[in-house]
Design a protein around this ligand. Structure first.
Ligand code: SME
Length: 164
């Protein structure tokens, strides 16, 4: 289990994932597996299993100039997102990680699951070009810290350099 529990300053219990272990687990799961959809399916399942307080974790893949739904864990989701729309489209168009502490304050947020209150989206690349985004949603406001950003960017780097 790649998670340690401790109390944060406001008395709320939070869990800090060990992202190094998570990256190693991902490499082990993908070893010898050449099917990218299988690897992305296991990546979303691993994140959803290990990280605390999530209601959705998965991929949108960049195809024909838009983002289309890829492997994920969670409730059914919208199938197509235009570039620049919502948090996913914003992260993809700007090609940078976007953390949203309160999705209800984000102009154009696409509410696939009304349980979502905060979100992080990380662009994924293959051969130096945009491949898609990793989208992770939480029912907890302000769920994603700078530590999560660094850890999830490391996770995506493993996908980009060793798996995709
Ligand atoms: N939250 C996303 C839409 C996708 S669902 O959350 C799975 C967005 O606004 O980009």
């Amino acid at each position: 289990m790649a998670v340690n529990q401790d109390a944060c300053g406001d008395g709320r219990q939070t869990e800090h994932a060990d992202y190094q272990i998570l990256a190693e687990q991902m490499k082990a799961l993908a070893e010898g597996v050449d099917w990218e959809i299988s690897n992305l399916a296991n990546a979303s399942a691993l994140l959803y299993q290990v990280l605390s307080d999530l209601n959705w974790a998965g991929f949108y893949l960049y195809q024909d100039g838009k983002l289309v739904l890829g492997p994920f864990q969670g409730r059914t989701a919208c199938t197509v997102i235009s570039m620049g729309r919502g948090v996913c489209g914003t992260a993809a168009a700007a090609d940078r990680t976007v953390i949203v502490a309160d999705v209800h304050q984000f102009p154009g947020h696409i509410a696939c699951d009304s349980a979502s209150n905060s979100e992080i989206v990380i662009p994924v690349h293959r051969d130096g070009r945009l491949y898609g985004v990793l989208d992770i949603d939480s029912p907890v406001f302000n769920r994603f810290s700078e530590e999560d950003r660094a850890g999830l960017e490391l996770f995506v780097k493993v996908l980009e350099t060793e798996i995709l």
